[in-house]
Design a protein around this ligand. Structure first.
Ligand code: AOF
Ligand code: ZN
Length: 405
């Protein structure tokens, strides 16, 4: 069956499509898209490309003023200038135009200056600096504003940003792979490949969409993971782990002793660190016990280790795991991390579940049984909101019902 949409819906859906082009580059700002329509034709398009740079509306307006091919054609037919066209157009934008001077001037002001008479908005901006003020500014000078247009679809595109605003923490996705009978591995600390190549590629496509990826201490030591997105083109996430009881530190010291290497920085140590987590190929963050922070200086100062690539963040220890999860999220919020994938192990995943510090769970399930071993985390009573089959394997995606706006 073919779905038909009203033209206004198509314009807003196009704005959502444009918004998605900013994925991976604007966080923790929202991905926003905008189109400008003159007599049923799209004459300008824009989206927020890069954190700190021009907003969607401004880019859409500039694409009209540039002018583009459609504008030139209409100009030839009607003799109207790009400025004239804007004064007779409707602007469709997925988020309320901003009213504040942030890193860029207010979009609502720009719309008013250009004399655009009509604006259609999908979602309001919960940023306390905006929060209805953008729409108010427009209406005060007589701009016609339509609100809540395709709002549910809009909310879906803003779920990371809305979580960041409402909960003051990154959007959290928990991800793991399990056997058909619900095991992560045969035994703890012994990794085994659960799902095949296509789900690995899918997982890497997930990684480029989010700002950070986290695994626990035991996973760092047992799997020596790369935590990058080498099978999918895009921005590499910040990799995050923790060393609350100095286990990683002890591992490194043991390695140095066994290999006869000095533990103080010297050029010959460059690139000799055994764990990929410290291989300086990617931005990396390690949470450590605040009382032992100084013991990690030698890793930071490691020659060639690119101290700018490795950040050691001290945290206060708590025996309650969910409290630790909250502390990590607080630390990551400070680093402007808008979204996080937690990939295991089971205890770390469970601490996010028990503390209700999660928004989505993505479970990769193979078609093979392990017949026993280390059990996958327990999913709280929530409904799967979707699943997809890849060959003989499955991905189930659960949403935290409490957190859906
Ligand atoms: C819009 N259009 O495309 C975006 C908006 O620091 P700034 O100046 O970039 O402002 C960031 C805030 O502006 C962000 O938190 C959100 O409230 C709004 N984002 N607004 O009108 C856009 N990206
Ligand atoms: Zn703006």
């Amino acid at each position: 069956m073919q779905t038909s949409f009203q033209p206004q819906e198509l314009f807003m859906r196009r704005a959502f499509e444009l918004a998605a082009l900013g994925r991976g580059h604007v966080s923790p700002n929202p991905m926003v898209g905008c189109v400008i329509v003159y007599e049923g034709k799209i004459i300008g398009e824009g989206f927020h490309h890069q954190y700190g740079e021009a907003h969607a509306e401004v880019n859409a307006i500039h694409s009209v003023l540039a002018p583009n091919a459609t504008v030139s054609m209409i100009r030839k037919e009607t003799g109207l200038s790009p400025e004239d066209l804007l004064r007779q157009s409707t602007l469709y934008v997925s988020l309320e135009p901003c009213s504040h001077y942030g890193k860029t001037p207010p979009c609502a002001k720009k719309i008013i200056e250009m004399g655009i008479p009509r604006v259609v908005v999908s979602c309001g901006d919960p940023n306390p600096e905006v929060n209805g003020q953008g729409i108010k500014m427009l209406r005060e000078v007589g701009v016609e504003v339509v609100e809540h247009f395709l709002e549910e679809e809009g909310q879906e595109t803003f779920r990371r940003f809305f979580t960041h605003m409402a909960k003051h923490r990154p959007y959290v996705i928990l991800k793991w792979a399990q056997s058909a009978d619900g095991y992560l591995s045969r035994s703890q600390g012994k990794p085994c490949l659960i799902t095949g190549k296509s789900l690995q590629v899918l997982n890497h496509s997930y990684r480029v969409e989010e700002d950070a990826i986290m695994v626990g201490t035991e996973t760092i030591l047992a799997d020596n993971p790369r935590l990058n997105a080498r099978m999918f083109r895009g921005k590499q996430p910040l990799r995050v782990s923790m060393d609350l009881h100095g286990k990683i530190l002890k591992y490194i010291h043991t390695y140095l002793t066994e290999n006869g290497l000095p533990s103080t920085p010297s050029p010959e140590l460059a690139g000799k660190l055994p764990l990929r987590f410290f291989d300086k190929t990617q931005q990396t963050l390690l949470f450590v016990d605040m009382n032992r922070r100084d013991e990690y200086r030698f890793i930071e100062e490691w020659p060639g280790n690119g101290s700018e690539k490795l950040k050691i963040v001290p945290v206060k220890l708590s025996t309650a795991w969910p409290e630790m999860a909250a502390a990590y999220l607080k630390g990551l919020q400070k680093e402007r991390i808008g979204s996080l994938i937690v990939e295991g192990g089971a205890a770390l995943l469970q601490s996010f579940i028990v503390g209700d510090h999660w928004d989505e769970i993505r479970v990769f399930t193979s078609n093979k049984d392990l017949g026993g071993g280390y059990a996958a985390p327990r999913i709280p009573a929530s409904q799967p909101c979707g699943f997809e089959q890849f060959g003989s394997e499955w991905v189930h995606i659960y949403r935290n019902k409490q957190h859906i706006p």
